[in-house]
Ligand binder design. Structure first.
Ligand SMILES: NC(=O)c1ccc[n+]([C@@H]2O[C@H](COP(=O)([O-])OP(=O)(O)OC[C@H]3O[C@@H](n4cnc5c(N)ncnc54)[C@H](O)[C@@H]3O)[C@@H](O)[C@H]2O)c1
Length: 319
């Protein structure tokens, strides 16, 4: 298996690369080569097979043509700019999230090699007038440009698959928490930073009330599901290659209680409750009554409790 991760320098890309290195196989075959491509130089990972890193800007078709070659069997398309960034810079969101995705799919079409393409969509595609509970067959009614770009991307995954240009799979990722590393420009950033920073002895602002509910998954489970997503047989996927990735709904208070149960009461005292109207405006349109029926039927799973998410952060990521 020759695998390409575009967006391989990002949080999920790096974790996925490490998981693939640890597994050594994908789709029942040994991994022979892994390439990490990103607009910024991605870090490499240790593996028993060849790992290369390269720069690639998905907004530039020539750059995509260099990274996406005929010998690649599986492409993880993770590269994107996140919600607040795409909301602030409409042009960048369109260029990267929409036309970048299109450039990768068009490159696959021109090669004619029908690679497996795994695309990371988002629960940001839900919203507006779509009726609860939400899931695989809900009408996408995104309330952000990022969600709109993801909704178009997943629709393209279905059509390029139907035409036989790729073997596509698109997963609507729950919000990933606890997301390691530095805060990013996602409106959901606080949903990780109010745990990550206090667990590292630092203060963090919570811009919403403690009863705010949302739909979450740990990075470890997300990567596990992305690996399973590539392993699924095309015959089992049916006519809709887009599905909700399993997650769980928790309130901020339930998550804080979970952190306290795992690590003691000190961390929660570092949370500063300061309402922020710009963040509230975006996240109040997000939805949490979400079901992942198809993915669960196919064997993808969510975390059992938010205590697990905290434990995963402590073992996998805490500096
Ligand atoms: N983390 C979450 O909560 C979450 C939730 C839903 C969906 N997703 C999606 O999952 C994917 C991975 O998320 P992540 O948390 O690892 O994000 P991330 O920001 O850590 O990684 C994205 C990577 O894409 C790269 N990138 C940006 N523009 C690029 C371009 N023009 N060409 C090539 N690379 C480019 C960035 O440099 C970065 O390394 C993204 O598509 C994101 O939209 C994430």
């Amino acid at each position: 298996m020759n695998i390409l991760i575009i967006g391989g320098g990002g949080v999920i890309g790096q974790k996925l690369a490490s998981a693939l290195a640890a597994n050594g196989t994908l789709r029942g075959q040994p991994i022979t080569r892994l390439t990490l491509a990103d607009i910024n130089d991605p870090a490499s990972v240790d593996a028993s097979f060849e790992v290369t890193t390269t720069r690639c800007d998905i907004a530039d078709p020539a750059s995509v043509a260099q990274a996406v070659t005929a010998d690649i069997d599986v492409i993880y398309l993770l590269a994107a700019i996140v919600s607040s960034h795409a909301e602030e810079d409409f042009d960048a969101g369109m260029k990267i999230n929409l036309f970048g995705t299109y450039n990768v799919l068009e490159r696959c079409r021109s090669l004619g090699t029908k690679p497996v393409v795994i695309f990371t969509s988002s629960i940001a595609i839900y919203g507006g007038e779509a009726v609860d509970p939400l899931g695989d067959h809900s009408y996408p009614n995104p309330q952000t440009s990022y969600g709109t770009q993801k909704a178009i991307g997943e629709t393209l995954i279905n059509d390029y698959t139907r035409k036989g240009y790729i073997d596509g799979r698109a997963f609507r990722l729950p919000t990933i928490s606890v997301r390691p590393g530095k805060p990013n420009r996602a409106a959901s950033g606080f949903m990780s930073s109010i745990f990550r920073e206090p667990l590292n002895g630092q203060p963090a602002i919570c811009p919403v009330a403690s009863d705010f509910e949302h739909y979450y998954l740990s990075p470890r489970k997300c990567v596990e599901n992305l690996v399973k997503g590539a392993n699924l047989a095309a015959a089992d996927l049916g006519q809709n290659r887009v599905m909700q990735m399993p997650g769980r709904t928790w309130s901020i208070q339930q998550m804080i209680d979970a952190m306290t149960a795992v690590t003691g009461p000190q961390a929660a005292t570092l949370i500063d409750w300061t309402p922020q109207s710009d963040v509230q405006r975006i996240v109040s349109g997000w939805r949490w009554d979400i079901h992942a029926d198809k993915a669960e039927r196919l064997g993808l799973t969510a975390d059992d409790s938010y205590e697990d998410n905290i434990r995963h952060y402590m073992t996998d990521d805490k500096p």
